[in-house]
Design a protein around this ligand. Structure first.
Ligand code: PLP
Length: 415
């Protein structure tokens, strides 16, 4: 047997990538922009902006209803994005991709349509201490309606999930588990395949919040072995108000619709309504067609660069940033997991996160400050807020240097 040679991928050239993102050329407060708020939302390549505007200029029509030429073009473009997304995340079937407005809607769909009808008093949903509110609050809402309980598996000081505890907490009353693939605050990459194996062994469906994974690493839902995977398009350099839920076909078939209306039916009468097959059963009303077409263009763009290359580049950039930040006195970094994406939450002794972010902004460096929609995680670390620099494949070492230099000046100012 001859070994198949793996393709040797040239390293990513961030300058070539940057040229594709018009907004990165702008200045703020008279300084060239350093955009380090990618975990919040990603910037858009020209290809995405053009795909969206071309849709409106040349193809605009509603989907799945009109037989005229424009209607067919719009439907083809919308459905092509479904094919692209299915391929991008390794979904076994395009019919398992439900377009949503983002991760939040995707998780709510699972909460109301999958969990709610199954939960009884005494049942439980298991999540982790590091979840975004989008993977906490929907479960609390359905627990309140059913008498079920929400439990959270603990994390270590490093920001890593304590896997044995998570597994121990997979008791028979747990009817669903939810875990973030990559933490938006800590950058921790959770061992999803291992967690999925443990859940599967016990017959517990696992939902994965992939919001922060899809823009930064290859994702293969079939290989992960989870049951549901939620993602959001705007963090993947696509338009806001786009996203998807991937779910195993048997789950989608067993779930009642969440929203009712046009597009999602087979036949309606006042005596009763029959529903379309998944995924259309869950896509009531006119969707964000241009946005989904733009998301398709974002996927084309990411695939053109290569997710493995993106992951490798960001890994190196994170190592560079970690080394540079180690020289900043009084800096506390939250999240030091062995497997970590390029998200750096930090505080500087004696300074409030919002002051850090405001002063960095005046230096041209955009970072986020606050609780990052993760109150329970802030409680775990005993802080009200952190500042967060989150990097993407268009960021550079020079930008990291500017950030660290700006942080040094800010630190002196606040001392
Ligand atoms: C880990 C994680 N989950 C969920 C969300 C919610 O995404 P959206 O607001 O696009 O629905 C975010 C966004 O910040 C996130 O980082």
């Amino acid at each position: 047997m001859t070994a198949r040679a793996l393709p040797i991928e040239a390293p990513l050239d961030p300058q070539r990538i940057r040229a594709d993102f018009p907004l990165l050329a702008r200045s703020v407060h008279g300084k060239p922009l350093v955009y380090f708020d990618n975990a919040n939302t990603g910037q858009k390549p020209a290809a995405v902006i053009e795909a969206t505007s071309t849709f409106y200029r040349e193809h605009n029509a509603n989907v799945s209803r009109a037989v005229h030429q424009l209607g067919e073009e719009a439907t083809a473009a919308y459905e092509a994005a479904r094919d692209k997304l299915a391929r991008f995340i390794g979904a076994p079937s395009r019919d398992e991709i439900v377009f949503t407005s983002g991760t939040t809607q995707a998780i709510n769909l699972v909460a109301y349509s999958f969990a709610l009808p199954r939960l009884e008093p005494g049942d439980a949903i298991l999540v982790t201490q590091m979840e975004h509110h989008a993977n906490i609050v929907p479960w609390q809402l359905v627990c309140a309606r059913t008498g079920a309980k929400l439990k959270a598996a603990p994390i270590a000081e490093s920001g890593e999930l304590i896997v044995e505890k998570f597994v121990e907490m997979l008791t028979p009353e747990v009817k669903l588990a939810g875990v973030v693939h990559v933490s938006n605050v800590l950058g921790t990459v959770n061992p999803v395949a291992e967690l999925a194996r443990e859940c599967r062994r016990r017959g517990i469906p696992l939902l994965v919040d992939g919001s922060q994974a899809c823009p930064h690493m290859p994702v293969d839902v079939a290989a992960l072995g989870c049951d549901f995977y939620a993602l959001t398009g705007h963090k993947m350099f696509g338009p806001t108000g786009t996203g998807a839920l991937w779910a195993r076909r048997e789950h989608l078939e067993s779930m009642p619709p969440f929203f009712g209306g046009g597009e999602m039916i087979r036949r309606v009468s006042f005596e009763g309504t029959t529903f379309a097959d998944p995924p259309h059963k869950f896509e009531a009303g006119t969707p964000n067609i241009a946005g989904v077409v733009g998301l398709g263009a974002a996927i084309d763009y990411l695939e053109g660069v290569g997710m493995r290359r993106i992951a490798a580049y960001e890994r190196e950039l994170l190592a560079y940033a970690d080394a540079a930040l180690a020289r900043v006195e009084g800096l506390r970094v939250f999240g030091t997991a062995a497997r970590k994406a390029a998200v750096i939450s930090f505080l500087v002794e004696g300074a409030h996160a919002h002051d850090l972010a405001t002063l960095l902004d005046h230096e041209g460096v955009a970072v986020r400050s606050g609780h990052h929609c993760a109150h329970p995680l802030m409680q775990f670390y005993g802080v009200p807020a952190t500042a967060r620099a989150s990097l993407a494949f268009y960021n550079t070492r020079e930008e990291v240097d500017r950030f660290v230099e700006a942080l040094q000046r800010v630190r002196k100012l606040l001392r």
